[in-house]
Design a binder for this molecule. Structure first.
Ligand SMILES: *Cc1c(COP(=O)(O)O)cnc(C)c1O
Length: 413
């Protein structure tokens, strides 16, 4: 895994040179587009700091990255400069972080993990319809009960059901015997085509599914399946803390992966990343998008190039080794917190490669939860768990205060 760390000057040069290779609304004869730079009453382009602000300058120039730029060299030519940066970003995520072979992937910067997950489900649904003549009532999604709700949105939008796999309530791993029963019942009902979702860390617990377990269960039952990995939370964490993991493109069972740059990578909202093996995007090609050069393969349509640029900038500010250090620091801090919880005999769940700690609600008063903004597993009933996430803003002093209060509370009760 390698990508370089670049200094601010180099990063700035690269972004401004890419912007220079885009068509310029201010200086060129652009008559045919329903698009322009950001409103210059609000975003004036002559502010002196802009020459040192590549991201803000990209925002103002407002390049549209509509479409999927790994597919054809000749996409929308207006914005080819910054689309090159997106292609580079997708390459780093697919090949360097997630083990894809060169040129064997496609991908784009989506609006978030939700869109990336829906895109994946949409691809597999259409693939089953096109290649196998499947009908909607023969296709189902399979995922754990801890899976993000965006998968349920996909199910609703695409009119295919979800088969929910029960998890062990303490260890959050998928229980295979009940899942096997559910799959056999689905088969009896006529479902023949399955879309499995393996979590590269769930949002509530940071638990990680084993895709090989899914694959061997589907194979044993002789069921047709494809696997998507949801790395919206863990995609910029888990490959760094657990490099030999089986949730990458090195695993032949995994066909697509979603990531979010607007969580751990601290990019602005509106920055998800969808990645798939080659020859899958065509199942969601919208031929009717005839005014877009190369047509469209994404769910969102028009989207800002600034999100891709910014994510590229973040990755190159750290370089692969700098990012590794940052993630390991957060994970080590999480481990130290867990050691303190162990000393106090407080029960919690944590995957050792993820910076989420989910504590049994019996140890947490509602006052403590609200003081530290701990998130409950549900807001309607009595929570069973509260989670805490070691994000970059979490200071040791605040953790110490939290632990002290937890300690006193233990004594008092
Ligand atoms: C956050 C998250 C999503 C959805 O991402 P958005 O960026 O909110 O659309 C999907 N899956 C998991 C595991 C997540 O943590």
């Amino acid at each position: 895994m390698f990508w370089p760390k670049l200094n601010q000057h180099k990063i700035s040069q690269r972004v401004f040179s890419a912007l220079g290779n885009n068509a310029n609304y201010r200086t060129e004869n652009i008559l045919g587009l329903p698009a322009t730079y950001l409103d210059d009453q609000i975003f004036y382009d002559d502010a002196p700091f802009l020459k040192d602000a590549p991201f803000l300058s990209s925002m103002i120039a407002n390049p549209n990255h509509i479409g999927c730029h790994t597919l054809l060299a000749e996409g929308e030519p207006m914005f080819k400069g910054t689309q090159d940066i997106e292609r580079e970003l997708i390459r780093i995520c697919a090949c360097e972080i997630l083990g894809a072979e060169p040129e064997q992937y496609d991908g784009y910067v989506a609006s978030g993990g939700t869109e990336a997950n829906i895109e994946a489900m949409w691809i597999y649904r259409n693939m089953y319809i096109t290649e196998y003549g499947a009908t909607l009532d023969e296709i189902a999604i399979v995922c754990s009960e801890d899976t993000h709700y965006s998968i349920h949105k996909a199910s609703d939008l695409l009119s295919i059901p979800v088969i929910v796999a029960e998890v062990d309530k303490e260890h959050r791993n998928i229980l295979l015997p009940p899942l096997e029963k559910r799959l056999l019942a689905a088969k009896t009902k006529g479902i023949k085509y399955f879309i499995g979702v393996a979590n590269m860390a769930t949002t509530m617990f940071g638990s990680v599914d084993d895709p090989d377990q899914f694959a061997s269960l589907f194979s044993t039952l002789k069921l047709n399946f494809r696997l998507h990995a949801d790395g919206a939370y863990g995609g910029f964490i888990y490959p760094f803390t657990n490099p030999s993991n089986n949730l990458s493109f090195k695993n032949p069972h995994i066909s697509s992966i979603s990531l979010d740059a607007h969580k751990m990578l601290q990019a602005p909202y509106g920055t998800g990343i969808f990645l798939a093996r080659k020859n899958l995007m065509s199942y969601v090609q919208t031929d009717e998008a005839s005014y877009v050069k190369g047509t469209d393969y994404t769910l969102c349509g028009s989207r800002s190039g600034a999100n891709a640029i910014c994510t590229w900038m973040i990755l190159h500010t750290y370089g692969s080794s700098g990012w590794m250090v940052k993630i390991h620091d957060l994970n080590d801090k999480t481990a130290s917190l867990c050691a303190r919880l162990d000393e106090m005999n407080i029960r919690y769940f944590r995957n050792p490669f993820i910076n989420i700690v989910t504590i049994k609600s019996t140890y947490i008063t509602p006052q403590l939860a609200s003081k530290y903004f701990l998130v409950p597993d549900n807001h309607t009933q009595q929570p069973e768990w509260y989670k805490l996430i070691m994000m970059p803003h979490v200071k040791q002093g605040i953790l110490d205060n939290f632990i002290n209060e937890l300690h006193h509370q233990q004594y008092a009760s």
